[in-house]
Design a protein around this ligand. Structure first.
Ligand SMILES: [Zn+2]
Length: 301
């Protein structure tokens, strides 16, 4: 098997056994250009989605099942952004944002989450079909950025001390975003029932300080391999293991046959009302902006 280049469009898992810590580090490049290229968002919204997709990649790479799905959804009230959805399935990422352009124009240059989302919540859903395991955590969209919100998700909903850093930058017309997630693994590690978590475990602050010293420009530097960053941060540790890398790509699961089958289930008169001036029913995919044209006669049964 060819070795995966650990520079862009990849997520790498890390374990520091002597500190009871696990981590994920990810960088997105052309994946972002592909996803953002199918929308026409202003720079601030592009940056928000770039960070959200990076967070999605980090969280998605925690899934144990290859067919597990991770969904990140912001539910908001009274904000500039009224919807943000990203998801991850087997390394494939997609996402979109719905916002009010007029209100965005009046926003400060670096708006807080509160300014962007109003009274917003972030729902994070882990779905592992083989184990029939699905759980959702919800946290208020508060703090400076999505990284901080994700950190409080783990602290509040999961009782897992965590560190999350996200950075995104556009230069020369191309986006580069990177992120890092470290977590204290409670004694007993994964797979065993957790009886308690010591939020003040002495090993955790050490890992958090080292991991937290990562610079935004290291996360976004597409020439800097991810394992080099891990080395820079943790080279004094007794043992640092890397897991196999996950290649990230843009993937949309919209499917013309599925769209047709959904439309076909509507009563005939409702379908007639959907037909546009050009004589076809048009359905757009919010994720990838693909437009499906459906001939009404294809649907008549
Ligand atoms: Zn699509």
């Amino acid at each position: 098997m060819p070795t995966t280049e650990l520079t862009t469009d990849v997520a790498l898992g890390v374990a520091i056994p002597s500190r009871n810590a696990r981590g994920r580090i990810a960088r997105l490049g052309s994946v972002l250009d592909a996803i953002l290229g199918s929308h026409e968002y202003p720079p601030l919204i592009e940056e928000l989605l770039a960070e959200a997709l990076t967070l999605t990649a980090l969280l998605g790479s925690l899934l144990k099942e290859p067919q597990g799905q991770l969904t990140l959804q912001a539910q908001t009230q009274g904000g500039i952004v009224d919807l943000l959805v990203c998801d991850y399935l087997g390394g494939e990422l997609r996402g979109y944002v719905r916002h009010d352009p007029a209100r965005l124009a009046d926003a400060p240059r670096e708006p807080s989450l509160k300014e962007l989302f109003g009274d917003g919540y972030l729902a994070i859903t882990f779905d592992q079909p083989l184990a029939n395991e699905r759980y959702q955590g919800i946290v208020p969209l508060e703090g400076k950025n999505l990284g901080e919100a994700a950190q409080s998700y783990f602290a509040q909903s999961e009782q897992i001390p965590s560190l999350v850093r996200l950075a995104a930058e556009k230069s020369g017309g191309h986006w580069s975003a990177g992120g890092l997630l470290f977590q204290h693994l409670p004694e007993g590690e994964e797979g065993r029932e957790r009886l308690h978590t010591q939020l003040d475990h002495p090993d955790w602050p050490h890992v958090a300080i080292l991991g937290g010293s990562v610079k935004p420009e290291e996360l976004t530097d597409a020439a800097l391999p991810l394992d080099d960053i891990i080395w820079r941060l943790f080279h004094d540790e007794d043992e640092v293991r890397t897991l196999s890398a996950i290649v990230l790509s843009r993937g949309c699961r919209c499917d013309p046959d599925y769209v047709r089958s959904v439309i076909a289930r509507f009563p005939a008169e409702e379908r007639d009302a959907m037909v546009g001036d050009d004589g076809v029913i048009r359905v757009d995919c919010a994720f990838c902006s693909s437009s499906f044209a459906i001939e009404p006669k294809e649907l008549s049964s």
